[in-house]
Design a protein around this ligand. Sequence first.
Ligand code: FES
Ligand SMILES: [Fe+2]
Length: 333
Amino acid sequence: MELDPRPRRLPLRRLPATTWQRQRPTWREAAPGVIEAALKRALARPSGNWFVLAASREVRRDRPFGRVVAGTEIVAWRDAEGALRAAPGACPHLGAPLCRGAVADGRLVCRWHGLALDGGGFPGWTPFPAHDDGVLAWVRLDGAGGEEPLPRPVVPERPRGAGAIAAVESLAGRCAPEDVVANRLDPWHGSWFHPYSFVGLRVTEIPSGADPDPDRLVAEVAFKVAGRWGVPVRAAFECPDPRTVVMRIIEGEGRGSVVETHATPLGVRGGVPSTAVIEAAVAASDRPGFALARRAAPVVRPLMRAAARRLWRDDLAYAERRYLLRTTGRWPG
Ligand code: FES
Ligand SMILES: [Fe+2]
């Protein structure tokens, strides 16, 4: 697929007529060893014990937010300045769920007997380090992470400024974070498994040891818009930390836009782990029409989220299967 460098009024291109069966098989290139090696390198990166907790906008000023992360019950809220706070989710008085409480004057108030808590802590209740990067809320869990703590999470570089639109979608599946990451490090399945979204996906660069940038994974693909119309782009994949895969558009419409897939372990139930996929799409474009889209952000955002949901429903089914196969000795090879 040729990428046309000339700016055009509309990014849409008519895609070559093909059928699902007649596209080129990618299984030979999608070598299990290449995917596995990329996964191994990702898992070896430091996270500094930071976990993505939620979308920034999910943690509001007027009520607390609760989620179990890596088996730890967390409550998050905003203090009087609007800063993100996170702490253990059980009330230090008699264990009530603090996420069912209220936020008043930046303090977290337990609904059971009215204990008001703030970022300063309370005997038996020590807040966790938290970080709000403007798109995502992070929490640092040194007990669960078991790594050398870092003062800040590894936040991927994103398109900056008021021109960008961010949308975050979360889903959960019965698998480990590495199953989500492994699935994302296999871009080859794009137009075979998701023909409703991708056409003509071709991986043009794969990670190789001799390369100065051994983790470079680049694909050309057209995002399907409607019928035979789509938007061709070139995208690079990278793992900044062991639970994150970033896809960055490096050429074509929306250059600089990123889709960050964060796999957050939730906990283990009945011996099976559960993992949240928290995916942040931060889109940017130099195109004048994009300013319009930005004003329409409240409309565009749900559309971006709906697209992510459909892909992740399918991808999570595979990640769950990958978990099952590898934990029951049925993984191929
Ligand atoms: S359980 Fe929270 S104040 Fe009593
Ligand atoms: Fe996928």
